[in-house]
Design a protein around this ligand. Structure first.
Ligand code: S3P
Length: 448
């Protein structure tokens, strides 16, 4: 177990430039997957070398793809094998903690002529997979999972065998706004000659669509409808693709800059894809002083610089339409709300219950331990601010976003904290502690 201990921070102002927010996790997974299925070689820089993405990388190596890594240059070079060039893995594929890996991979593996089994850690074995197995079965895929008492779903390990009649097209309306489910079906559709249509009732991240378009896929987005077929082989244009910094990781330092007095933080190279950047407008609506400038738009994935200054914050209800777009930022928004006036209200966020932990419960434990006032609902919570924070001790429940949120709360609130099970931070943000050090934050990490 890795425990992070922080004394009440003496530092009262932060002024710094942060240039090292790591590459976007969602794009890094898709870079490996789409690069592997391309006819030619792809080169990505600012790849996220976190545990989750390294698991995806190792899985594609196990499926016969040659991938060269330079951790120094933060780059990967993937020798694509084409849509039909993957080979049977010698053993079970391990995704670790990564829901994105297992769900997206299920779509790709459903189109293969060999059998494979995918599994992961304890958290993954409790995450619902019917949401992907259901539509994949409708397309003709042969996919089995494990049952769990009292839960009407299927769970990893998942075994996927050759579809006897190949994959058929589907017209499918997503029952939950999930980019993982959407992407899984898009990937499976690449193995059907005819057009599939996926309808998303609410907007969720569209990195798969953007990257596939970059590779010349037959994909068309028409409002909430995504039409896709496997007619076109995928080819990477002859350039190096820069993976923007992950806004969901930047979120921790954006919030730190807002809640620390007399502070100004500048974060460079941050992804601003409109299906991901709603955090900025949600915070601005709360009164946050955030400037966005130097915007570049490379290959359909825009990025830019954010300047964040200490702000007086006001809490209010989150628009349910924003929820799927800020889904990963809700734990750190709860921390933000501890410093704002009024009630921060989140509803229509049941999806939080099936993330790396039951995040509604984990957020409530964290906020209560910190001395905040929070009421739990099935689909969200009400958090009344501002809070008088107290020293606290919590367990992250092996959830990286809970661990980092608690640490930011301790620093911004100048209270001592002990956060157990912090190793999970490596799943998405391996240099999180390096950035804390760069900012002059005092902390202690112990392994027991
Ligand atoms: C992701 C989609 C989201 C998000 C996850 C990454 C992706 O999950 O929470 O961290 O890369 O597609 P859902 O699709 O389950 O909402």
């Amino acid at each position: 177990m890795t425990t992070c201990t922080l004394n009440a921070q003496e530092k009262t102002a932060l002024t710094s430039m942060i240039t090292t927010i790591p590459g976007d996790k969602s794009i890094s997974h898709r870079a490996i997957m789409i690069g592997a299925l391309a006819e030619n070689t792809s080169h990505f820089t600012n790849f996220l070398f976190s545990e989750d993405c390294l698991n995806t990388l190792a899985i594609f190596q196990a499926l016969g793809v040659n991938i060269t890594v330079s951790t120094q240059e933060k780059s990967v070079v993937i020798k694509g094998v084409g849509l039909h060039g993957l080979t049977a893995p010698a053993k079970t594929l391990e995704v670790g903690n990564s829901g994105t890996s297992i769900r997206l991979l299920s779509g790709i593996l459903s189109g293969q002529k060999f059998t494979s089994t995918i599994t992961g850690d304890t958290s993954i074995k409790h995450r619902p997979m019917k949401r992907v197995a259901g539509p994949l079965a409708q397309m003709g895929a042969v996919i089995t999972g494990t049952s769990r008492e009292g839960r009407q779903d299927i769970f990893p390990p998942l075994t996927i065998s050759k579809a006897p009649t190949g994959l058929q097209p589907i017209t499918y309306t997503l029952p939950v706004a999930s980019a993982q489910v959407k992407s899984c079906i898009i990937f499976a559709s690449l193995y059907s000659d005819q057009r599939s249509t996926i309808i998303e009732p609410e907007t969720c991240r569209d990195h798969t669509e953007r990257l596939l378009r970059h590779y010349g896929a037959d994909i068309e987005v028409n409002g909430p409808q995504i039409h896709v077929s496997g007619k076109h082989p995928l080819r990477c244009p002859d350039d190096v693709f820069y993976i923007p910094g992950d806004i969901s990781s930047a979120a921790f330092f954006i919030v730190l800059g807002l809640i620390m007095k007399n502070s100004e933080l500048t974060l460079t190279g941050i992804g601003l894809n409109p299906t991901r950047n709603r955090l900025i407008s949600v915070l601005q609506k709360m009164g946050a002083d955030i400037e966005v400038f130097d915007i570049k738009n490379q290959d359909g994935e825009p990025y830019g610089t954010l300047r964040v200054r200490s702000s007086v914050l006001t809490n209010g209800p989150v628009d349910p339409a924003d929820v799927p777009i800020i889904i990963d930022e809700i734990p750190i928004l709860a921390i933000t709300a501890l410093f704002g006036n009024g009630t921060f209200q989140v509803r229509d966020a049941q999806e939080l219950r099936v993330k790396e932990s039951d995040r509604i419960q984990s957020i409530c434990h964290m906020i209560n331990a910190m001395g905040g006032s929070i009421t739990e609902y099935d689909d969200g919570f009400d958090l009344k601010g501002p809070a008088v924070l107290q020293p606290f001790e919590i367990d992250s429940h092996h959830d990286h976003r809970i661990a980092m949120s608690a640490i930011i709360g301790s620093i911004g609130g100048h209270v001592a904290a002990t956060v157990h099970n912090c190793a999970c931070i490596n799943t998405s943000f391996p240099n999180f502690f390096d950035i804390l050090t760069h900012l002059g934050v005092q902390y202690d990490l112990s392994h027991d």
